[in-house]
Design a protein around this ligand. Structure first.
Ligand code: URA
Length: 255
């Protein structure tokens, strides 16, 4: 296999981030363990302290998110949180963008390469398409707030694992509780199923308002919609997306 094919294969497999300057040869013998120098008086073995069982990352995420009382505190908590390995491979935390006081909040799935570079949600091709759809009902980033379920880009844009979703969800739910939107739009299957805790697929759920209970905030009306990246690949679905935009516009007019 030539070097280009080798590189292409790595990118297809999602290995598109360099974590170290030099590759680590894991086949070489492990480093010798450092042994304490022998001393004249034999050291009495001490009973080892029993370490406290580490809290599971999802539990740590819940505790950390619950302690935040402002969006700045939540951003800071995510910046220092080390319970999700995605934060180590991402270039930037993608927290949120737009106007958090306008009553409308949109939630996507997770950042792609361009969002990762910019540290802002929905700035790539699907974000620009979403902006155009929202502009058609008179909205721009001063009239909505937007974030994602997953705040760090999964390498190679792979789907996040269940464990990663479980760790990121408490932060998203706290994010929603702190913004306190009147209306919530959930973009794509993963954000719909995670926030509503249901298995209903997006094709059945889309376009229908549902009440979602958010801890620390109470009930909020949520509208599932097709993800803009899906619409870019499936032009036939734009008709449904347009109907859903109208549903959103009507709800905004009735506020
Ligand atoms: N897709 C998402 O779900 N979120 C982004 O920020 C970009 C693309």
């Amino acid at each position: 296999m030539d070097a280009w094919a080798d590189l292409r294969l790595q990118i297809e497999w999602g290995a598109d981030e360099a974590l170290d300057d030099l590759p680590i040869d894991r086949l070489v013998a492990p480093l010798p363990r450092v042994v304490a120098a022998a001393s004249a008086s034999p050291v009495k073995p001490q009973p080892r302290p029993v370490p406290a069982a580490p809290l599971a990352p999802a539990r740590r995420a819940s505790d950390s998110a619950a302690a935040c009382n402002t969006l700045d505190e939540l951003r800071q908590a995510l910046t220092t949180f080390d319970g999700c390995s995605l934060s180590a491979t991402a270039t930037n935390l993608v927290f949120g963008d737009g106007n958090p006081s306008c009553g409308l909040m949109l939630v996507g799935e997770g950042p792609g390469a361009e969002e990762d570079r910019a540290g802002l949600p929905f700035v790539g091709a699907s974000g620009q398409f979403l902006d155009r759809m929202l502009a058609s009902i008179g909205l721009d980033r001063s009239s909505f707030y937007i974030t994602n379920l997953i705040p760090w880009r999964p390498p190679g844009n792979r789907n996040p694992t269940e464990a990663e979703v479980a760790v990121c969800l408490p932060f998203l739910l706290r994010h929603i509780a702190l913004v306190r939107p009147k209306l919530l739009v959930l973009l794509g299957n993963l954000s719909v199923q995670s926030v509503t805790q249901s298995k209903t697929g997006i094709t059945r759920a889309r376009g229908k308002w549902q009440d979602v209970e958010i801890e620390g905030m109470g009930r909020v009306r949520a509208l599932p919609m097709l993800h803009p990246a899906y619409l870019l690949r499936n032009h036939g679905a734009k008709r449904e997306a347009w109907a859903d935009m109208m549903t959103l516009r009507r709800a905004l007019d009735q506020r």
